[in-house]
Write a protein that binds this ligand. Structure first.
Ligand code: FES
Length: 300
């Protein structure tokens, strides 16, 4: 009778599968919460997975030489001892090859599916800088409402609005405050608290409307969100300040760069201290413990 039938294989108790599962769970949770947790989960899963596979291999005798060395007899002398040659049971071979083949097939099916589902959100999402026109169109100390196409190839559907104020210069460098009109509650368009004149200037696909009197702040028509002149939330349901845009000056033109989110702003104008964060969707906390409840953001 074969030894494997006398003593059927029963895997011994092991903590490695539990650790592997904890690592996979941490990796998946990290995909929602934080890249650091993704890395920690991957390391935990890899370490425990390695230990698990090593134990499985030992149980099936794949990593150790057999205890009894084979003998060779030629019929004329004492037994000759040859080099140890490991032997593997057919059941062990079938079990491990089935597991390995199943893992490879599972990976071939799931990895491309996961890639097609998640990668498009992270690729080719960055739009280029937008030329808002000559700096001379932005008088110092005044707010100008600028509407522009964030992605000209998509047309009017990508039109956005920003409130632009020329703060003059700081240490010889130009300073602009560029506030997004997307409410930090649910994204409704906020309005400046002042009359908006009909007169406007058109530069390519950009429309510039100079406000004759500085607004006292910004307000949202949807749920009563209110912001001060720097975009700080002062009333209503928004969870943070209004988002802003980075900027650059090229060939005398003001260019709009990537947007970013702001928790709050201390001070005002060119001396303001802006507490900036990675761009987040409306309604999401970006600082404090609540920020951990919101998922990772693809680039915008
Ligand atoms: S969307 Fe602005 S207050 Fe709700």
């Amino acid at each position: 009778m074969e030894p494997s039938r006398e003593h059927p294989h029963v895997p011994g108790p092991s903590l490695w599968p539990v650790g592997f599962a904890v690592g996979v769970v941490a990796l998946l949770v990290g995909l929602v919460v934080n890249w650091a947790i993704v890395v920690a989960g991957a390391v935990i899963a890899a370490c425990f997975g390695f230990l698990w596979v090593r134990d499985l291999a030992r149980e099936h005798g794949l990593t150790e030489a057999p205890a009894v060395e084979p003998e060779q007899r030629d019929g004329h002398g004492p037994a000759k001892h040859g080099a140890p040659s490991p032997t593997y049971g057919r059941a062990a071979f079938l079990e491990l090859s089935t597991l390995g083949l199943g893992g490879v097939i599972g990976g071939l099916i799931t990895l491309p599916s996961l890639g097609f589902m998640t990668l498009p959100a992270f690729l080719k999402q960055k739009s280029g800088a937008r030329d808002l026109g000559p700096v001379s169109e932005f008088p110092e100390g005044e707010f100008v409402v600028a509407t522009f196409m964030a992605r000209p190839e998509e047309g009017e559907v990508s039109r956005r609005t920003a409130f632009v104020r020329n703060n003059g210069t700081v240490d010889g460098k130009p300073s602009f405050t560029i506030i997004s009109n997307h409410c930090a509650h649910l994204g409704c368009p906020v309005q400046p608290n002042t009359a908006v004149p009909a007169k406007h200037t058109v530069f390519k696909d950009v429309t510039l409307i100079a406000l004759p009197t500085p607004p006292s702040g910004f307000s949202c028509p949807c749920h009563g969100g209110a912001y001060d002149i720097e975009g700080n939330r002062i009333a209503g349901p928004p969870v943070r300040a209004l988002d802003r845009y980075a900027f650059s000056i090229r060939n005398g033109h003001l260019h709009l760069e990537a947007p970013f989110s702001v928790s709050h702003v201390d001070g005002s104008g060119s001396t303001a201290r802006i507490h900036k964060y990675t761009f987040a969707f409306p309604g999401e906390h970006i600082d404090g413990p609540e920020a951990w409840l919101y998922p990772l953001q693809p680039p915008h």
